[in-house]
Design a protein around this ligand. Structure first.
Ligand SMILES: Cc1cc2nc3c(=O)[nH]c(=O)nc-3n(C[C@H](O)[C@H](O)[C@H](O)COP(=O)(O)O)c2cc1C
Length: 378
């Protein structure tokens, strides 16, 4: 597909966005990488929304560490391999996708535009990838869109609530349940506190310029220590598994011991994640945590990872360390904030295209040819 055809395809999905109307080809094709999409989104978004998305917790040590880790792992390519064809296609837990690039769950998309979850879902369909989301696919299902989705939850307080949820998701056609295990409490995010952010805005959107702010609902400054699921334990995995025939994927695993425990309790996959540096500051960069988790599991279940992926070569490093797929949180939101649905599609396309080229230049024509010999720690 050439540039112009790709753009026409994207534009088919642009109609209907109240904020973006019809971005021009030059607009959407302007940014040459994910970082530049972030710069465009930053210009367009309210500061409260931009900081909510971009920010991490407290001193943002882990937010930075996630990115810095990619610079400390070097690729050691092989040459004289036939890479005239490169296949990035992947299959995770029975779901096929064009490239091992999955859309991570991100709450608060409505800070970017209304009904953003459905918009990102449409981009996932067009990009042939999986979206993890707790909300937003209903509309797509009503329209019989072939959306591949894993539902996302931070947990339920009782066995009956967990079982009811799991059954509902199975009935609706989810292909897996992603349980976020690192969200026991609301974390302490300096940017949100400084901006007087209110978590209520995640439902309503940020106040428009000139409008008086709505009455406080859940101010960030008061939300620190707010409990989400502080009493969730491994039993929760049993509750879900006992109720529905869906793979349970635990997101937020960093220690090899927890990874082993997850598999013992019947999890079908783990996601090495630190919530994009948004929960406990100072935790290990995810790329550095991947090898320990992969070694502890010895191939029993797929290991996925997220955190700081901005380039195809970042993905290649994660795959070389043993991840079978990666998730991206902020990059699709930068695409969304920059140009709506075409922006999300363009970001996903870029990551896939960069991965494909990186694989070719590393002498790896398909995912199964990628192994740990491809990387060396600086
Ligand atoms: C704005 C925002 C909201 C998020 N909301 C959730 C969430 O509701 N549940 C969850 O498991 N992770 C959430 N995350 C974390 C992402 O799923 C993912 O782990 C992280 O963003 C990956 O790092 P990256 O943004 O560098 O790709 C959120 C991340 C962002 C940036």
């Amino acid at each position: 597909m050439n540039r112009r055809e790709a753009f026409r395809l994207l534009m088919g999905f642009a109609a209907g966005s109240p904020l973006f109307g019809q971005p021009s080809e030059d607009d959407v094709m302007g940014p040459v990488n994910v970082h530049e999409f972030e710069a465009v989104a930053k210009q367009k978004l309210h500061k409260l929304a931009y900081d909510f998305i971009a920010g991490g917790v407290e001193d943002e040590l882990t937010l930075r560490a996630n990115r810095e880790a990619y610079a400390r792992w070097y690729l050691v390519p092989r040459v004289m391999v036939d890479v005239s064809k490169v296949d990035t296609s992947a299959e995770i837990l029975g779901v096929k996708m064009k490239a091992p690039v999955i859309i991570a769950p991100t709450g608060g998309k409505n800070l970017v535009l209304p009904n953003a979850d459905s918009v990102v879902g449409r981009a996932a369909v067009a990009s042939d990838t999986v979206i993890c989301t707790g909300t937003g696919v209903e509309k797509l299902l009503e329209e019989s869109q072939p959306v591949k989705w894993w539902t996302n939850t931070t947990g339920h307080r009782s066995k009956s609530a967990a079982a009811g949820y799991a059954r509902r998701m199975e009935d609706q056609g989810a292909k897996g349940i992603v349980v976020t295990v690192d969200n026991q409490y609301q974390s302490n995010r300096d940017r949100n506190n400084r901006n007087r952010f209110d978590y209520g805005y995640m439902g309503t959107g940020v106040p428009k310029p000139g409008e008086p702010p709505p009455p406080p609902r859940n101010p960030a400054r008061a939300a620190m220590w707010q409990p989400h699921t502080p009493d969730m334990t491994w039993d929760y995995v049993d509750w879900l598994r006992g109720a529905a025939n869906l793979p349970v994927i635990l997101k937020g695993i960093l220690s090899p011991e927890d990874a082993q425990m997850a598999v013992q309790r019947g999890a079908s996959a783990v996601v090495v994640s630190n919530h994009g540096g948004r929960q406990l500051d100072g935790v290990i960069a995810t790329l550095d945590a991947v090898p320990g988790v992969v070694d502890a599991l010895g191939g029993k279940v797929p290991v996925l990872m997220d955190g700081g992926i901005r380039r195809g070569s970042d993905i290649l490093k994660a795959l070389a360390l043993g991840a079978q797929a990666i998730l991206v949180g902020r990059p699709p939101l930068w695409g969304l904030g920059a140009f709506g649905q075409p922006g999300v599609e363009r970001v996903l396309w870029m990551l896939g295209a960069e991965l494909k080229l990186a694989m070719a230049l590393a002498g790896k024509p398909d995912l199964k040819s990628i192994d740990r010999k491809l990387v060396r720690h600086a």
